[in-house]
Design a protein around this ligand. Structure first.
Ligand SMILES: [Zn+2]
Length: 188
Protein backbone atom coordinates (compact mmCIF):
# COMPACT_ATOMS: atom_id res chain seq x y z
CA UNK A 1 0.00 0.00 0.00
CA UNK A 2 1.34 3.35 -1.07
CA UNK A 3 1.72 6.09 1.50
CA UNK A 4 -0.13 9.30 0.62
CA UNK A 5 2.21 12.17 -0.32
CA UNK A 6 2.71 14.79 2.36
CA UNK A 7 0.30 17.69 2.26
CA UNK A 8 1.69 20.86 0.69
CA UNK A 9 3.21 23.38 3.02
CA UNK A 10 1.29 26.49 3.81
CA UNK A 11 3.57 28.67 1.70
CA UNK A 12 2.56 26.99 -1.59
CA UNK A 13 -0.82 27.88 -3.08
CA UNK A 14 -3.50 25.24 -2.62
CA UNK A 15 -7.09 24.59 -3.37
CA UNK A 16 -9.48 22.32 -1.51
CA UNK A 17 -10.10 18.93 -3.06
CA UNK A 18 -13.51 18.89 -4.72
CA UNK A 19 -14.37 15.74 -2.85
CA UNK A 20 -12.58 15.57 0.53
CA UNK A 21 -11.74 19.28 0.91
CA UNK A 22 -8.10 18.55 1.76
CA UNK A 23 -5.80 21.34 0.51
CA UNK A 24 -4.02 20.10 -2.61
CA UNK A 25 -1.93 21.42 -5.50
CA UNK A 26 -4.23 23.62 -7.64
CA UNK A 27 -2.88 21.97 -10.82
CA UNK A 28 -3.53 18.41 -9.62
CA UNK A 29 -5.79 16.37 -11.87
CA UNK A 30 -6.56 13.93 -9.06
CA UNK A 31 -6.60 14.40 -5.33
CA UNK A 32 -3.54 12.58 -3.89
CA UNK A 33 -5.58 11.62 -0.82
CA UNK A 34 -8.96 10.45 -2.02
CA UNK A 35 -7.99 9.91 -5.72
CA UNK A 36 -11.05 11.80 -6.95
CA UNK A 37 -10.79 13.72 -10.25
CA UNK A 38 -10.53 17.50 -9.83
CA UNK A 39 -11.65 18.81 -13.20
CA UNK A 40 -15.27 19.53 -13.76
CA UNK A 41 -17.14 17.30 -16.11
CA UNK A 42 -17.45 19.08 -19.46
CA UNK A 43 -21.22 19.54 -19.11
CA UNK A 44 -20.67 21.62 -16.00
CA UNK A 45 -18.33 23.95 -17.88
CA UNK A 46 -20.14 27.32 -18.18
CA UNK A 47 -18.95 27.87 -21.76
CA UNK A 48 -20.21 24.47 -22.84
CA UNK A 49 -23.52 25.11 -21.07
CA UNK A 50 -23.99 28.45 -22.82
CA UNK A 51 -23.28 26.90 -26.21
CA UNK A 52 -25.57 23.92 -25.57
CA UNK A 53 -28.45 25.98 -24.15
CA UNK A 54 -28.03 28.66 -26.83
CA UNK A 55 -28.15 26.09 -29.62
CA UNK A 56 -31.21 24.46 -28.08
CA UNK A 57 -32.93 27.85 -27.80
CA UNK A 58 -32.15 28.68 -31.44
CA UNK A 59 -33.51 25.32 -32.60
CA UNK A 60 -36.64 25.76 -30.47
CA UNK A 61 -37.26 29.32 -31.71
CA UNK A 62 -36.75 28.22 -35.30
CA UNK A 63 -39.26 25.41 -34.95
CA UNK A 64 -41.77 27.70 -33.20
CA UNK A 65 -41.42 30.44 -35.80
CA UNK A 66 -41.93 27.96 -38.65
CA UNK A 67 -44.94 26.32 -37.05
CA UNK A 68 -46.58 29.56 -35.91
CA UNK A 69 -45.21 31.90 -38.59
CA UNK A 70 -48.61 33.32 -39.44
CA UNK A 71 -49.54 34.19 -35.89
CA UNK A 72 -46.21 35.19 -34.38
CA UNK A 73 -44.38 37.11 -37.06
CA UNK A 74 -44.31 40.80 -36.11
CA UNK A 75 -43.27 41.58 -39.69
CA UNK A 76 -46.69 40.55 -40.92
CA UNK A 77 -48.27 43.61 -39.32
CA UNK A 78 -45.28 45.86 -39.89
CA UNK A 79 -44.95 45.03 -43.58
CA UNK A 80 -48.23 43.53 -44.77
CA UNK A 81 -48.14 42.01 -48.19
CA UNK A 82 -49.66 44.17 -50.91
CA UNK A 83 -52.88 42.81 -52.25
CA UNK A 84 -52.91 41.87 -55.91
CA UNK A 85 -55.05 44.28 -57.93
CA UNK A 86 -56.28 41.46 -60.17
CA UNK A 87 -58.27 40.07 -57.25
CA UNK A 88 -60.20 43.36 -56.93
CA UNK A 89 -60.32 44.37 -60.57
CA UNK A 90 -64.02 43.57 -60.94
CA UNK A 91 -64.85 46.02 -58.14
CA UNK A 92 -62.87 48.96 -59.53
CA UNK A 93 -64.67 50.30 -62.59
CA UNK A 94 -64.42 53.10 -65.11
CA UNK A 95 -67.73 54.97 -65.11
CA UNK A 96 -69.20 57.76 -67.22
CA UNK A 97 -66.24 57.91 -69.57
CA UNK A 98 -66.50 60.15 -72.61
CA UNK A 99 -64.27 60.95 -75.54
CA UNK A 100 -63.66 64.20 -77.37
CA UNK A 101 -61.28 64.77 -80.20
CA UNK A 102 -60.12 67.40 -82.61
CA UNK A 103 -57.74 67.24 -85.51
CA UNK A 104 -54.73 66.57 -83.33
CA UNK A 105 -55.83 65.34 -79.94
CA UNK A 106 -58.02 62.74 -78.35
CA UNK A 107 -59.22 63.20 -74.83
CA UNK A 108 -60.92 60.64 -72.59
CA UNK A 109 -62.54 61.86 -69.40
CA UNK A 110 -64.15 59.70 -66.78
CA UNK A 111 -64.25 58.50 -63.24
CA UNK A 112 -62.76 55.55 -61.48
CA UNK A 113 -65.32 54.08 -59.10
CA UNK A 114 -63.68 52.05 -56.36
CA UNK A 115 -66.15 49.63 -54.78
CA UNK A 116 -63.39 47.47 -53.34
CA UNK A 117 -62.46 47.61 -49.64
CA UNK A 118 -58.92 48.82 -50.45
CA UNK A 119 -57.46 52.06 -51.77
CA UNK A 120 -55.55 52.03 -55.07
CA UNK A 121 -52.82 54.21 -56.53
CA UNK A 122 -50.22 54.22 -59.33
CA UNK A 123 -53.10 53.49 -61.65
CA UNK A 124 -52.31 52.62 -65.23
CA UNK A 125 -55.05 53.25 -67.77
CA UNK A 126 -55.27 52.05 -71.32
CA UNK A 127 -57.63 53.23 -74.02
CA UNK A 128 -58.43 51.66 -77.39
CA UNK A 129 -59.96 53.73 -80.17
CA UNK A 130 -61.97 52.24 -83.03
CA UNK A 131 -63.21 53.48 -86.33
CA UNK A 132 -66.79 53.09 -87.51
CA UNK A 133 -66.12 49.53 -88.69
CA UNK A 134 -64.81 48.50 -85.27
CA UNK A 135 -61.15 48.34 -86.18
CA UNK A 136 -58.69 49.54 -83.57
CA UNK A 137 -57.02 52.62 -85.00
CA UNK A 138 -55.21 54.01 -81.99
CA UNK A 139 -54.31 53.35 -78.38
CA UNK A 140 -53.30 55.44 -75.42
CA UNK A 141 -51.76 54.38 -72.17
CA UNK A 142 -50.83 56.41 -69.17
CA UNK A 143 -49.64 55.70 -65.66
CA UNK A 144 -51.11 58.05 -63.09
CA UNK A 145 -48.53 58.08 -60.35
CA UNK A 146 -50.37 60.72 -58.32
CA UNK A 147 -53.89 59.39 -58.81
CA UNK A 148 -55.21 57.76 -55.68
CA UNK A 149 -58.67 56.25 -55.33
CA UNK A 150 -59.67 55.57 -51.73
CA UNK A 151 -61.97 52.67 -50.91
CA UNK A 152 -65.59 53.42 -51.75
CA UNK A 153 -64.80 56.63 -53.61
CA UNK A 154 -64.95 57.97 -57.15
CA UNK A 155 -62.08 59.94 -58.64
CA UNK A 156 -61.94 61.71 -62.00
CA UNK A 157 -59.23 61.09 -64.57
CA UNK A 158 -58.17 62.58 -67.88
CA UNK A 159 -56.35 60.54 -70.50
CA UNK A 160 -55.10 62.52 -73.44
CA UNK A 161 -53.12 61.52 -76.48
CA UNK A 162 -52.06 62.87 -79.83
CA UNK A 163 -53.91 61.30 -82.72
CA UNK A 164 -52.05 58.66 -84.63
CA UNK A 165 -50.65 60.32 -87.74
CA UNK A 166 -51.68 57.44 -89.97
CA UNK A 167 -55.34 57.60 -89.05
CA UNK A 168 -57.62 59.82 -91.06
CA UNK A 169 -60.79 58.06 -89.97
CA UNK A 170 -62.86 59.65 -87.26
CA UNK A 171 -62.47 58.17 -83.82
CA UNK A 172 -65.81 56.50 -83.59
CA UNK A 173 -65.72 54.64 -80.29
CA UNK A 174 -63.36 53.83 -77.49
CA UNK A 175 -62.79 51.52 -74.55
CA UNK A 176 -60.82 52.38 -71.46
CA UNK A 177 -59.66 49.97 -68.78
CA UNK A 178 -57.45 49.85 -65.72
CA UNK A 179 -54.37 47.82 -66.53
CA UNK A 180 -52.84 47.77 -63.08
CA UNK A 181 -52.81 49.51 -59.74
CA UNK A 182 -50.97 49.29 -56.44
CA UNK A 183 -52.68 48.99 -53.12
CA UNK A 184 -52.45 52.19 -51.11
CA UNK A 185 -50.35 51.53 -48.05
CA UNK A 186 -50.58 53.85 -45.10
CA UNK A 187 -47.27 53.80 -43.25
CA UNK A 188 -47.51 54.17 -39.52
ZN1 LIG B 1 -9.61 14.37 -1.94
Amino acid sequence: MQAPPPPPTSSTPTKPCRHCRTPIDPKADRCPFCRSWQRRPFWKNPTVMIVVLGSAAIVALTVISIVFADRLSPFRTMFPKREDFSRYRHRVRIVDASMTSDEFHVLVLGWIQNDSPLGWEHIQLEALFRDARGNVIDTASESFSSLRVPAGQKVAFKLSTIRAATSHDPYHSFEVRIVSADQVRDWP
